[in-house]
Design a protein around this ligand. Sequence first.
Ligand code: ADE
Ligand code: ZN
Length: 353
Amino acid sequence: MTTTNTPVDTRGPIDDTVRAAIRSMPKAELHLHIEGTLEPELALRLARRNGVTLPWNDLSTLRQQYDFSNLQSFLDLYYQLMAVLKTADDFRDLMLDYLAHAAADGVRHAEIFFDPQVHMGNGIALDTVMDGLLEGLRIGRERYGITGGLIVCIVRDMPVESAQALIEQIAPRVHDLIGIGLDSAEVGYPPSLFTEVFAKARAMGLHAVAHAGEEGPADYVIQALDLLHVERIDHGCHAADDDALVARLCAARIPLTMCPLSNLRLKVVADLHDLPIRRYLDAGATITINSDDPAYFGGYIADNYQALYDTGYSLQDLASWARTSLSASFIDDARRQSMLEEFEAWQRRHCEL
Ligand code: ADE
Ligand code: ZN
């Protein structure tokens, strides 16, 4: 990945006014795995409640597992802890805990990934998972005014037949979904494997997104665009290795849903300055900032915004990403308009900063 010229930060420590402004900025979260919001405390509580035996019984031993060397080392823990989620109430509670964090961070709309193939592998019915998550979203909308929806993710390192079976299983509930995504271990599992799966899902009316260029090469981003016909790229860090691809992403206004703390914790980059964000901004790319798996990576969405502020980006840069996240959401025009109005009101209140 090409390193970039981020501004040198001479502003000193962030003050409370800026911190509060970042948190209250109306924003959408477009790259969030609900299973990645499972905090270790909740994982242990659910393990006890559901009689699931984990290799770690206490918080301090469990917390020692969160030092990741790459994507796979994180996925190993992430999939193991998912075994504690058993009932619709567990999924509802997980969603509500996330939405409480999201509300405190100024999230007005959230498009949320989930991994049904893994839950079904744990013996949980698709309906149990979806009913719980949708109930959480419904309560969260009443409680916090946050709109949202579910994006069903294909686990790309499971057999392609399993993905094909999932598409058949979701068909009766397609009205409860907004999109299809592609996640999990990337290298060795190119988007081309899932061309037919995505074609079927799109024919059902689902929006299409895919993780690409997180650890995998720029070519996977190209495949996601050409073969899966995605409307957004999740991560897209390695797109920066291909100038023509960056130009294409800009021209086609394909949003990249970036997740800085995730990329740092999974060692996609050694330092946040190494992310190609400034390069993308200078080129005119459409980017949004998200939290990916906040319970694992040390921060929810506002922490990700703040980490970039601390790296030297301005409050105006952050505000432009928040505005972009509202524009890049899969929502109807009326909801988009009302969120953009909220955003303009925030901007008027904070124009002196
Ligand atoms: N599943 C959950 N988090 C992920 C990530 N960062 N990349 C790929 N798959 C994931
Ligand atoms: Zn992700």
